[in-house]
Design a binder for this molecule. Structure first.
Ligand SMILES: NC(=O)c1ccc[n+]([C@@H]2O[C@H](COP(=O)([O-])OP(=O)(O)OC[C@H]3O[C@@H](n4cnc5c(N)ncnc54)[C@H](OP(=O)(O)O)[C@@H]3O)[C@@H](O)[C@H]2O)c1
Length: 281
């Protein structure tokens, strides 16, 4: 199926690594120009090079979205790039439970996940409206439906992101701009890999290096996994009826569909791409 994305432009925040990289590459595979974003200049440039190799326009914008004024600047660069698809992907996670989470941890969770989404979206909205067509796709989490006791602040911040998606979709009624959310399950990105590795270390599980090798499929930064340890990790940390961990491609495919004109009639949803880990409401 042709997603009819050719000729469109997209900003993918946090696309210098992890799931965001795969989203950028997948959109490029569909003919979409991509503005790659991150803080690490070298990593972002390398991703942009791979995106451009697919025959589309690729540029880089750098900046820490938690620093004052940066999110707005990134959005203005996206406007000038011609991006009418915004993927709010950057969203750091950190582990804190109710006993350990300090006010600064709660603040960091909201400053990393909620405020950049607000600032980039708000700044880009006028040009999306003027274009008469646009997409705001924000990455949520399985933690929205199943809040994690070891990631309380992150879970709450991601719940806010879904809530914001609904109000934004309603706000944009009749403009041709839709707002949707994709909520990943446990996806083996470098960040999630570090967390999984920490959990196995803590509980003294099996051979640490074996897990590491299994969990990143031999060093692929996008985190493909096919080692024999995957079933153990799924059973212990991410039980889901599909029986495997998620891959960045699982999320990128969902984002590409929602970004496409094929999804014109899909608006205000949270699409759970989690292998069924959150169950059926
Ligand atoms: N992995 C999972 O299992 C999982 C599950 C549920 C939801 N999610 C969500 O999916 C999204 C992507 O996750 P991921 O696992 O790919 O995360 P990740 O590996 O931590 O993503 C890192 C990317 O985000 C950028 N980034 C982080 N903080 C930033 C900041 N303050 N300003 C600018 N850029 C920043 C990084 O830029 P630099 O490296 O250049 O600094 C990098 O490009 C996030 O919203 C995450 O919460 C992930």
């Amino acid at each position: 199926m042709d997603l009819r994305l050719a000729g469109h432009g997209a900003l993918v925040t946090g696309s210098s690594s992890g799931i965001g990289t795969t989203i950028a590459e997948t959109l490029a595979d569909e003919g979409c120009d991509v503005l790659v974003h991150g803080r690490d200049a070298g990593a972002a440039a390398a991703v942009a090079e791979r995106v451009a190799a697919r025959g589309v326009r690729a540029e880089v914008v750098l900046g820490d979205l938690t620093e004052p004024g940066v999110a707005e600047q990134v959005a203005l660069t996206a406007r000038d790039f011609g991006a009418h698809i915004l993927v709010n992907n950057a969203g750091p996670f950190a582990e804190h439970d109710w006993d350990s989470a300090q006010p600064s941890d709660w603040r960091a969770a909201f400053e990393g996940n909620v405020l950049p989404t607000v600032r980039v979206s708000q700044t880009l909205l006028p040009s999306l409206r003027a274009n008469g067509w646009g997409r705001v796709i924000t990455i949520g989490s399985r933690a929205v439906r199943t809040p994690l006791p070891n990631m309380v602040a992150y879970s709450a911040a991601k719940a806010a992101v879904v809530n914001m998606t609904t109000s934004l979709a309603r706000h944009l009624a009749g403009t041709g701009v839709t707002a949707n959310c994709v909520s990943p399950g446990v996806i083996v990105s470098p960040s999630m890999f570090r967390i999984l590795q920490g959990q196995t270390d803590e509980q003294g599980q099996a051979d640490e290096q074996g897990r590491a090798d299994g969990a990143n499929g031999g060093g692929d930064t996008t985190g493909h996994r096919d080692g024999p340890d995957e079933a153990d990790i799924v059973a212990e940390y991410a039980p889901n009826p599909t029986g495997r961990l998620g891959r960045p491609e699982d999320i990128a495919s969902a984002v590409a569909y929602l970004a496409s004109p094929r999804a014109d009639y899909v608006n205000g949803i949270e699409l759970r791409v989690d292998g069924g880990i959150t169950g059926t409401p």
